[in-house]
Design a protein around this ligand. Structure first.
Ligand code: C5P
Length: 230
């Protein structure tokens, strides 16, 4: 399992200070929409300048027509990030367009797809997708697998089921982690602690607020890594 720290702070300098404080840690960093829109693509090189071994997950959740998604994926591949994501609900043709386009590129980033946002509970999910959340998340995962996508963003509680229906090596990256089980859920509905994520074979856990809102973010990261599940 790997730890991915969400850089969701309100301004660039705070994200950079957080990354600097984690300089010696074996973590991935997640650059999300706010940071990328505000700080631009240079944020990637700034983070790599802090520690060239930091791996970057660009969490932009692409959703558009197939050709536009493939074009965007090709641009992302030139940014020196190790992983990015698309929405599985963009459909198999769009996901295939992305993976086909990347297959012509040397060392392309890993592509994941988002199944169901962890902020959805079943009722809200149904109003959008007209389907039970677990059933649809599994269908999205199968579609992604068949489209050449290398893994999914999903809830901890779907990780095992998705691997069982695709492959053990199909990556699961799970947000909604409250590492020690005693933190606030915030807007996340289906939260889990680290042990539960490990038991469910999650390959990556994404942790945001429990780290960057902690009095000492480095200490929070070290406490997570000390669980030796990484
Ligand atoms: O602060 P917290 O740990 O809840 O942050 C979770 C991070 O994971 C946020 O950056 C959020 O955008 C992201 N995310 C999520 N659910 C998804 C995909 C991404 O919470 N399905």
């Amino acid at each position: 399992m790997k730890l991915c720290v969400a850089l969701d702070l309100p301004d660039e300098k705070d994200n950079i200070s957080l990354a600097k404080s984690l300089k010696g840690c074996d973590v991935w960093l997640k650059v999300g929409l706010r940071s990328f829109i505000r700080d631009g693509k240079n944020i990637v090189s700034e983070l790599k300048n802090i520690n060239e071994n930091f791996k970057i997950f660009l969490d932009l959740k692409l959703y558009d027509i197939p050709n536009t998604m493939a074009d965007a994926a090709e641009s992302i591949a030139s940014l020196n990030v190790e992983m990015f994501n698309v929405h599985a609900s963009s459909g198999k043709i769009a996901m295939k367009a992305v993976t086909d386009r990347l297959s012509g590129i040397k060392n392309p980033p890993i592509v994941l797809s988002v199944t169901a946002l962890t902020s959805f509970d079943n009722d809200e999910f149904k109003t959008v997708y007209n389907e039970n959340i677990e059933k649809k998340a599994l269908q999205f995962a199968k579609d992604s697998f068949e489209s050449g996508v290398e893994g999914v963003v999903c809830s901890v509680y779907e990780s095992l089921m998705i691997k069982n229906h695709t492959s053990d090596s199909f990556i699961t990256l799970t947000p909604g982690i409250r590492p020690f089980g005693d933190e606030q859920k915030d807007d996340q509905k289906r939260v889990a602690d680290i042990d539960t994520a490990y038991e469910n074979k999650c390959d990556f856990i994404v942790v945001g607020r429990p780290i960057y809102q902690a009095k000492n973010p480095l200490d929070a990261v070290q406490r997570i890594l000390a669980k030796k599940l990484f």
